[in-house]
Each structure stands twice: as structure tokens, then as C-alpha cells.
Write a protein that binds this ligand. Structure first.
Ligand SMILES: NC(=O)c1ccc[n+]([C@@H]2O[C@H](COP(=O)([O-])OP(=O)(O)OC[C@H]3O[C@@H](n4cnc5c(N)ncnc54)[C@H](OP(=O)(O)O)[C@@H]3O)[C@@H](O)[C@H]2O)c1
Length: 345
């Protein structure tokens, strides 16, 4: 019975998508892939995961009319989140950046047109990110409203005291509002922490909220317990770990998908960037393997946040819009999936 209820909720959430016949454009335009994922497909993916969510006391998470698969605009290089805010579709990941290297990398990204910066409380660099943005504003490189900053609160102490930890992120960044705040991982206190983020949205301190490292089973259990549909889910996605079942499940809920470790993550980039299939496609377009992988993500409707402390790489990673992958090239990269996760979460 509980399982049936969960399935009905998912069906109601997914139904408007099939009715609207959402278009997913592959080669040149918006989101990649040609198939429309049906409510039945979504339900089946829940079946396959053997999910047994406890939804007995919960309401469906979203108003049906709010659900629409977000499409990427390759002209403006943005996507419209379900919160009503536009977000750039390529950015800079800052996981391993600290001190001057972090400040210089963020400023280099902003100078090269990158308008999306991903950080987290756990990275220990929010102060440097904030400093770099404030400096870029005062140097006339950007206005505050031109840049979109994501941060995250961590499980354990931070989610036990969400008001305090959310405010601490805002204070460390010191750039006024935060564009997007995520729960970094599932946690026993994640629902309460999420509700606290909802309160910060009401107060105008955060604009959009979302989740990180939530997959089909976790989302199926979590979503009916909260009022706000997450604007975005950030998960590990690269050619060797493609999440081809998870991505459409999330997108059909009107949630934008963002990939971490787009280049495989440190220690794995050599193999991925040297992959013969990717290298050959890169050669055919006169671009780098990194650009091919990032472009492949964009054409699948996945926002990319490659990490780099190298100004040449940062510039290269921003140049993703002067070429496009053919359906055959997309299929060749799709075939590289090994289900090979490069981190434990
Ligand atoms: N939510 C989560 O749980 C989670 C987990 C992990 C990461 N993340 C986020 O995702 C971001 C991306 O992950 P990541 O930085 O760990 O891994 P990544 O982006 O897959 O790979 C970064 C590595 O790729 C290299 N690289 C970048 N651009 C390159 C290029 N054009 N050519 C050759 N090498 C290049 C970088 O070296 P150089 O510095 O020399 O360029 C670095 O060693 C993180 O920074 C973080 O913001 C989130």
C-alpha cells in the first residue's frame, strides 16, 4: 500500500510532462536526447530501485501546474529554475581551491565570462569566494546580480543546527543573498534543514534551494515531506558514471540536474581525458577532450561545474558554445558508461 501511494505521487508529478510532450533537442539546441520520458518509465524506474517509501502521512510535493522540464538556452547560456531564477549552465567548481589560488581562479573565471560558482561550507573557501566576487564587482568586471553562487551545508553538526549553519555560510560569503543553497548529502536531520532553508528563502536571504547526492530512492522518500520542489540536484556525472536512469527522473520533476566530477574528478581525469573515443571526437572538432565532455553534459541537459586552478583550463572550460556534438558522437560517449563511481557518495 505504501509503495502504491509512492507510485501514485510520482505518477501525478510526472503526468504533465508527458501531456506537454516536452521537447529535448540534441545536436545544436537545448537539452540533449530525443526521447520523452513517460510517467510509466518513471514509475518503472522506481520499481527497479525496489523503493519502499513511507508516504502515508505526506502530501504530494508539487502543484501540477508548476512542473515543467527546464530547457537550456544555448544563446544566453542559462536555464530557468523552477524558483523563477535564471542560472548559468556552465560554471567553476572550487572544491580544492583555497587562499590566493581560489581568489585568482574565481576572478579568472569571471573575467572569462563564467557566471556560476560552486562552493560549500565543507570546502572551507567561502570567504575567498566572497572576496573574489566583491573584488570583481569593485573592479567593474561584474555586478553582484550577474554572478550565481551556490553553497551547501554539511550533514552532522551543520544540519543539526541549520539556522546557524545557513547564516554562517551567508556571513562567510558576505555578498548579500545566496543564489542557491543545497543540502550536501542526505542526513537524519535533512528534512528539518531543508525546511529551514525554505524559511531563509521567505526572508530573502537565499533565492533557490536544492539537494546534492540525492538519487531516485532518496528523492522518492524526501520530496513528499517538503513544500518546495528543489530547484536543482547536484550528483556525480561523467562519461564513466552517467546516471542515465537518474537524470530523466529528476528532470521530469522540473528539477535541474548538475554534475559534479564532470571530468572524472582528481586522480581520474588522465584516463577520461585520454579516452580514445573522446580524444577522437575532440580531434574532429578541433577542441579538447575536456570541452567534448562538458559539451556532452550540456547536450544531455546537465549543468557543468568543472574544477580548476589553472587559468588556461578555466578559459578552455568556458568555450563550449562554438561547436556541437552530433547524435552519433553523443551516442558514442553514451556507450562509455561503466557505472563506475569515483567517490563513495
Ligand atoms: N556535491 C558534491 O558532493 C561534490 C563532490 C565533488 C565535487 N563537487 C563540485 O564539483 C566540482 C568539480 O569536481 P572536481 O573539481 O573535484 O573534479 P573535476 O572537475 O572532474 O576535475 C578537476 C580536475 O580536472 C582538471 N582540469 C580541469 N579542467 C581541465 C582541462 N580543461 N584540461 C585538463 N584538465 C582539466 C583540474 O586540474 P587543473 O586545476 O590543473 O585545471 C582538476 O585536476 C568541484 O570543484 C565541486 O565544486 C561537488
Amino acid at each position: 500500500m505504501r509503495k502504491l501511494f509512492g507510485i501514485v505521487v510520482i505518477f501525478l508529478l510526472a503526468l504533465p510532462m508527458t501531456a506537454c510532450g516536452q521537447n529535448r533537442v540534441g545536436e545544436n539546441g537545448t537539452v540533449g536526447g530525443n526521447e520523452t520520458i513517460s510517467a510509466t518509465d518513471t514509475i518503472e524506474s522506481v520499481h527497479e530501485m525496489g523503493t519502499e517509501p513511507d508516504h502515508t502521512d505526506s502530501e504530494p510535493v508539487a502543484e501540477e501546474e508548476n512542473i515543467a522540464r527546464a530547457e537550456f538556452d544555448f544563446e544566453s547560456k542559462t536555464v530557468m529554475l523552477n524558483s523563477g531564477y535564471e542560472m548559468p549552465i556552465n560554471g567553476l567548481g572550487t572544491y580544492s581551491l583555497h587562499g590566493d589560488e581560489c581568489i585568482n581562479s574565481v576572478k579568472s573565471a569571471l573575467s572569462n565570462g563564467i557566471r556560476l560558482i560552486d562552493t560549500a561550507s565543507a570546502y572551507g573557501n567561502e570567504e575567498e569566494i566572497g572576496q573574489a566576487i566583491r573584488e570583481a564587482v569593485s573592479e567593474g568586471i561584474i555586478r553582484r546580480e550577474d554572478v550565481f553562487v551556490t553553497t551547501k551545508i554539511y550533514p552532522g553538526n551543520e544540519m543539526e543546527n541549520p539556522s546557524q549553519s545557513i547564516q554562517a555560510c551567508i556571513d562567510r560569503l558576505d555578498i548579500g543573498y545566496v543564489d542557491l543553497m543545497l543540502l550536501h548529502h542526505p542526513d537524519p536531520n535533512d528534512v528539518e534543514a531543508y525546511k529551514t532553508m525554505e524559511q531563509f528563502v521567505k526572508e530573502g536571504k537565499i533565492r533557490s534551494i536544492g539537494l546534492s547526492n540525492w538519487y531516485v530512492e532518496e528523492l522518492t522518500e524526501f520530496l513528499p515531506q517538503v513544500d518546495t520542489v528543489p530547484a536543482l540536484v547536484q550528483n556525480e556525472i561523467h562519461p564513466y558514471y552517467q546516471e542515465n536512469d537518474v537524470i530523466p527522473f529528476i528532470q521530469d520533476l522540473g528539477i535541474v540536474v548538475q554534475g559534479w566530477y564532470p571530468l572524472g574528478g582528481r586522480g581520474h581525469t588522465g584516463e577520461l581525458l585520454g579516452d580514445p573515443v573522446i580524444s577522437e571526437i575532440a580531434g574532429a572538432h578541433g577542441v579538447s577532450s575536456a570541452q567534448v565532455i562538458l559539451r556532452w553534459n550540456l547536450q544531455k541537459g546537465v549543468v557543468v561545474i568543472p574544477g580548476s586552478g589553472n587559468p588556461d583550463h578555466i578559459k578552455e572550460n568556458a568555450e563550449l558554445y562554438h561547436f556541437s556534438l552530433t547524435e552519433d558522437e553523443m551516442a558514442q560517449i553514451n556507450d562509455l558508461d561503466r557505472g563506475e563511481k569515483h567517490d563513495w557518495y
